[in-house]
Design a protein around this ligand. Structure first.
Ligand SMILES: Cc1ncc(COP(=O)(O)O)c(C=O)c1O
Length: 382
């Protein structure tokens, strides 16, 4: 057996980028290039790089208390929970902190199955919810591609996107939960739309199933609203979030409506690292920066500018919401992504849809950066 030269599991395709550091919205490479990052490490770097207030909070918390477990009550943890639940609104007043998006979904599904005593979960075609046993079971296409477990831990049914008839047919009194990304990320920056989400809300209430919004990618300000739930004015029973939540510090959260939280008692859920003081200091600071620097409005305005000005060159249209935007391309998206990076030093992403370039820009983006994207797209072959 040959051991990989870098000793890392060879499971990731790698971009031709030798990044040494970054600041603002730019990555710097060893050979001196300055790359405009419109992808943010899969939607994580929501405040760009080296944000001074984030660095100060990280330093302050590390010097004061780097870790204590959930057995020890901490002010910073309570402050982060209060700040996050107020940011979300919608009556989701209780938070359980964990570490990753998949773990958030795993816990949300576990709770829904336990509360309802049912064994079926409904998910949506094109969805991505993570790589663990439960999250992978509700991820579209995982069973064929990489799931790996001999069976799913519960029954799963997938709904076609936007199919209102299928909502009534598939979500019934045997359904514990419906899990849905209101704006699909990996599936292609695709906004599932108010009427489909509203139909899910109505049907879940009718049959007493839990509605889980997976906002791991589309939450924490990415749509220009605190959560996509706020954008659509729909209150789910649970929201899972991660990625932008720590703006680079690994953390995740499960937000619970009061009627869900009322089922919880000691030992029902647990984690060692989740809710650690470093993560909580970051969560508190990220919410503070988003609110005090007017970043939700910035995301909405610049998203509008991209939609209005970037349907040029190989781009035929846009989809998604806020800074979870898809540029629909005439040519394969991977070719357009490669050309933007190689010829114009602009980093974008692709998705499960081969004709969509995915934009997951930092919320601190400026109008001049959108102008640079437009100029680059115009120069590419249509
Ligand atoms: C919508 C969504 N849910 C869940 C996940 C899984 O998150 P993690 O990789 O932190 O486990 C992702 C990751 O891309 C995601 O986009």
């Amino acid at each position: 057996m040959t051991v990989p030269a870098d000793h890392l599991a060879p499971v990731y395709a790698q971009w031709p980028l030798d990044v040494v550091d970054a600041s603002g919205v730019y990555l710097h490479t060893r050979d001196g290039r300055r790359i405009l990052d419109l992808y943010g490490g899969h939607a994580v770097a929501a405040l760009g790089y080296s944000h001074p207030r984030l660095l100060a909070a990280l330093d302050r918390q590390a010097r004061s208390l780097i870790f204590q477990s959930n057995a020890v009550p901490l002010e910073v943890r309570s402050r982060a929970a209060l700040r996050l639940t107020r940011f979300a609104g919608l009556g989701l007043n209780t938070v359980f902190f964990i570490n990753t998006g998949a773990e958030a979904n795993e816990n949300a599904l576990k709770l829904a199955l336990k509360i309802t005593g049912r064994r079926k979960v409904v998910a949506v075609e094109g969805s991505f919810h993570g790589r663990t046993a439960a999250a992978g079971a509700v991820t579209w296409g995982a069973a064929k591609k990489w799931y790996g477990f001999p069976q799913a831990p519960f029954d799963v049914e997938f709904l076609p996107r936007g199919d209102l008839e299928a909502v009534r047919r598939s979500v019934g009194t045997d359904t514990a939960a419906v899990i849905v990304e209101p704006v699909q990320g990996v599936g292609g920056a695709l906004d599932l739309g108010a009427s489909f989400l509203e139909a899910l809300r109505v049907r879940c209430s009718e049959v007493c199933a839990q509605l889980i919004f997976d906002e791991v990618q589309c939450g924490m300000g990415r749509t220009g609203f605190p959560f996509a739930a706020n954008l659509y004015g729909i209150a789910p029973d649970m929201i899972t979030t991660a990625k932008a939540l720590g703006a680079g510090f690994p953390c995740a959260a499960l937000l619970l409506a009061d009627h869900v939280a009322s089922h919880l008692k000691t030992d029902d859920l647990g984690t060692t690292f989740g809710g650690g003081p470093m993560a909580c200091a970051m969560i508190e600071t990220v919410v503070d920066i988003i609110e005090s620097e007017g970043l939700l409005a910035n995301v909405r305005n610049l998203s509008r500018q991209i939609r209005d000005s970037c349907v040029v060159g190989p781009v035929t249209g846009t989809q998604g919401a806020g800074f979870l935007l898809g540029l629909r391309t005439r040519r394969p998206a991977k070719d357009v992504q490669k050309e933007l990076l190689e010829q114009h030093d602009i980093l974008t992403g692709t998705s499960g849809d081969p004709q969509v370039v995915r934009i997951l820009a930092p919320y601190v983006l400026e109008s001049q950066h959108v102008d640079a994207l437009r100029a680059a797209l115009i120069s590419l072959p249509a």
